[in-house]
Design a protein around this ligand. Structure first.
Ligand SMILES: Nc1ncnc2c1ncn2[C@@H]1O[C@H](COP(=O)(O)OP(=O)(O)OP(=O)(O)O)[C@@H](O)[C@H]1O
Length: 335
């Protein structure tokens, strides 16, 4: 990474703070929330089970001998945009499938007050899900798809869907078989984002889309879709593209949540230092969680929970991007 790249990052702390201003408020407790959930352990997200859209305790899912979810616990409060981020095979999709009642698993799970294993049909009235693979019949025209969703979903807003489609090259008579891969995803996203759901679950929603549309998608998600009563859970490998819209981040590794924190806490807790030449040994004594060399004898070190004043004496400090934090946290994953 170039030395100066993060000095004025596109998704740096200032930008991030501006971007997350809207979602800061939290909803009042929904009467439907599950009051039987076990109380959260102190290690969990500060919001606890009260006001949580999702409460997960000791989730375990084993595929043959592989634990895709390994005693995983977390809370997702209302009115947040949560990034569930992890390397390939970490358990992201499995966690989402558990929330959506698409798989059986052990442990406690409450989503909008329902157990997804036994109350899936009821739950799906308030949840919208975009899978990583958009499957639409090849013969279907754009207008047929709109007609179909309008007929089956009472919370579908046709005008909103059209406004999303107006930003694409899709026309009413275009058939799915005539569309590029990215255009199919665009259609799928327009249909799903026009449904007024309390919880939107996005599993790699922009896979196959070009960067222009990806940026536009996340911006529209924030500006047009999101409000304080909605909650969005998103997985993606393109961390840099979503970090500015996230209010919270969860890193998952080997089926366990290893970081679960609001973005502001991340900015306060983790500090990257461009360590001055000659101060490396002093810096290493503060036990950085990651270190990488740069040209001209400089070194970047990443610290967790060390006093800012102490770090400033070692060199220029900055908030790490989520991607750098991710790489540092996940080191050794593929070893
Ligand atoms: N149906 C299945 N049968 C067997 N193993 C599975 C199945 N689904 C997932 N797994 C395994 O569970 C683990 C977690 O998979 P999961 O799809 O949840 O990961 P992920 O974090 O979503 O990965 P990616 O980023 O690659 O999509 C992996 O080791 C995977 O091989």
């Amino acid at each position: 990474m170039a030395a100066g790249r993060r000095t004025h990052p596109p998704a740096g702390p200032e930008h991030r703070r501006t971007a997350v201003q809207r979602p800061q408020g939290r909803c009042a407790v929904n009467a439907a929330f599950d009051t039987t959930a076990p109380s959260p352990s102190p290690a969990h997200n500060a919001a606890g089970a009260t006001g949580s859209v999702v409460t997960a305790r000791n989730l375990r899912k084993v595929y043959r001998s592989k634990a895709a979810l390994n005693d995983t616990s977390f809370d997702i409060p209302t009115g947040r945009i949560v990034g569930l981020i992890g390397p390939n095979g970490a358990g992201k999709t499995t966690a989402l499938k558990a929330m959506l009642g698409l798989i059986q698993f052990d442990g406690h799970m409450s989503v909008l007050g329902r157990d997804p294993r036994t109350q899936r049909d009821d739950l799906m009235r308030d949840v919208c899900f975009i899978a990583d693979v958009a499957v639409l019949p090849r013969w279907m025209k754009v207008k047929d798809a709109i007609e179909f969703v309008s007929g089956v979903h009472p919370r579908f807003d046709r005008a909103k869907c059209q406004s999303y489609l107006d930003k694409t090259q899709l026309t009413p008579n275009m058939k799915v078989r005539e569309m590029s891969k990215g255009m199919i995803v665009q259609l799928h996203l327009a249909l799903v984002m026009a449904i007024d759901a309390k919880l939107l679950v996005l599993d790699e929603p922009t896979l196959g889309l070009d960067i222009l549309y990806r940026k536009q998608f996340y911006q529209r998600l924030l500006e047009d879709y999101f409000d304080e009563e909605k909650t969005i859970i998103v997985t993606t490998h393109q961390v840099e593209e979503i970090e500015h819209i996230l209010t919270d981040v969860m890193f998952i590794r080997d089926g366990k949540i290893v970081i679960d924190a609001p973005m502001d806490d991340i900015a306060n807790r983790y500090v990257e230092v461009l360590v001055d030449a000659g101060k490396q040994d002093e810096a290493r004594r503060l036990r950085p969680i990651d270190e990488r060399a740069l040209p001209f004898g400089k070194t970047v070190m990443l610290f967790d929970g060390i006093d800012q004043g102490q770090l400033s004496a070692l060199g220029e400090t900055r908030t790490p991007g989520l991607a750098d934090l991710f790489v540092a946290t996940m080191k050794g994953t593929y070893a």
